[in-house]
Design a protein around this ligand. Structure first.
Ligand SMILES: NC(=O)c1ccc[n+]([C@@H]2O[C@H](COP(=O)([O-])OP(=O)(O)OC[C@H]3O[C@@H](n4cnc5c(N)ncnc54)[C@H](O)[C@@H]3O)[C@@H](O)[C@H]2O)c1
Length: 360
């Protein structure tokens, strides 16, 4: 089997997967595309690419013989670029979230269903070491049937909304905090299992008192409640402006009929706690919640613990061995759409709204 040819559009965050695929024995990076010519020049030197492998024009880039397109551009470009790649028969690994509108999500979903190529959402937090460990406990029945789950992703990125010295603003200024929900819903829905999905959403959080202007990205905090088809409750909490120095919060808890699992709010490599009825004492037990895979080889380390590496491998296994990953196009939509609808619910005054489900 020859090496899969990888093209990367958006070489900032996309550069993380680009470097992994450049070093991977199964792949080679043969084309890159970005609007920023200086960035392209630097990257093409690093990868030893020739001029005819470097593009500012996406349509010309997509016409090359790449097998895979990594979509690493700002979210508002994901729908158009993913659809064009899928229609050209290229496998797509798209950065999160899938799209910033319901229409964009539907366009990607339809393109993935009509294409012979595969689509996967790059929701990397599912590949945190502790999430994979929790999945094994849950599948073994240790906490019984999950009835409630919650997550918080509190990350002060005011510097990515505006450069306060120059006044320059960036694409994230259009993104309400709750739109960026897949780091929360990705792991939670993975733990709950693929036979359930969110059907209803409401949310509160519509005011910006911490930082004026740049609404909706500067909304102080948005808290969303969701209900699943099977009646489970989910709560997620998001802010991208509330003052909270690093380490930022990536917090999860899942409650079942026989116990619970949770990590702490203080950063990545931390302790958490659990209670497994019949196994742990009534005080529960402290557990390690490492994002990094303990036994990972050196080349896998770095990139949100080791999650970026395991995700990049899962995408190749999906293409080459038809091994289904957690975030096929169906699940990509199920963890993106609830955030879009939750923001709409907050704007309308905390109403409950139905979340579209394209496979129904
Ligand atoms: N999974 C994660 O942990 C994680 C972390 C950071 C960012 N992201 C995601 O990665 C994506 C990119 O974020 P970022 O932080 O790299 O943004 P960024 O603004 O730093 O970089 C975006 C890059 O895309 C280029 N670009 C913009 N519009 C383009 C277009 N139409 N065609 C080609 N190139 C274009 C820009 O020149 C820039 O190089 C977003 O979807 C974001 O949500 C994910």
């Amino acid at each position: 089997m020859g090496k899969l040819k990888v093209g990367v559009v958006g070489v900032s965050r996309g550069g993380s997967y680009m470097m992994k695929y450049a070093r991977n024995a199964r792949t080679e990076v043969t084309a890159i595309c970005d609007l920023d010519e200086k960035r392209l020049e630097a990257v093409s030197k690093d990868l030893n690419l020739s001029d005819n492998q470097v593009f500012t024009d996406y349509d010309a880039f997509i016409n090359t013989d790449v097998d895979i397109v990594v979509v690493g551009t700002p979210i508002p470009f994901h729908a158009e670029q993913s659809v064009k790649a899928l229609d050209a028969g290229k496998h797509v690994l798209s950065e999160v979230t899938a799209a910033n509108t319901v229409e964009g999500c539907k366009a990607i979903y339809d393109a993935a269903k009509r294409s012979k190529a595969k689509y996967m959402l790059a929701e990397n937090y599912i590949y945190f070491h502790f999430i994979k460990e929790w999945k094994k406990y849950i599948d073994a029945g240790k906490i019984g049937n999950i009835h409630y789950a919650e997550a918080e992703y509190i990350h002060d990125i005011r510097n990515l909304l505006i450069n306060t010295d120059s006044g320059e603003t960036f694409w994230r200024k259009y993104r309400p905090p709750i739109h960026y929900c897949t780091h929360c819903l990705g792991p939670l829905m993975y733990l709950i299992g693929d036979d359930d999905y969110i059907v209803k959403a409401t949310a509160s959080g519509n005011k910006n008192t911490i930082q004026e202007g740049l609404w909706p990205s500067t909304i102080d905090m948005q808290v969303a409640l969701f209900e699943t088809k099977k009646g489970r409750g989910i709560k997620i909490c998001r802010s991208q402006v509330t003052p909270r120095p690093e380490p930022h919060t990536v917090y999860y808890s899942v409650y079942g009929t026989k116990g619970f699992l949770e990590n702490t709010r203080h950063g990545g490599e931390t302790v958490g706690s659990r209670y497994f009825e019949g196994e742990d004492t009534h005080r529960g037990k402290l557990i390690n919640c490492y994002q990094t895979e303990i036994e990972a080889p050196d080349y896998a380390k770095g990139g949100h613990g080791t999650s970026d590496y395991y995700l990049s491998e899962a995408f190749l296994d999906f293409i080459q061995f038809d091994k289904t990953p957690p975030t096929t196009v169906d699940r990509a939509m199920e963890i993106t759409l609830p955030g879009l609808i939750a923001h709409e619910a907050a704007v309308q005054g905390n109403v409950w709204l139905d979340v579209p489900h394209f496979t129904d």
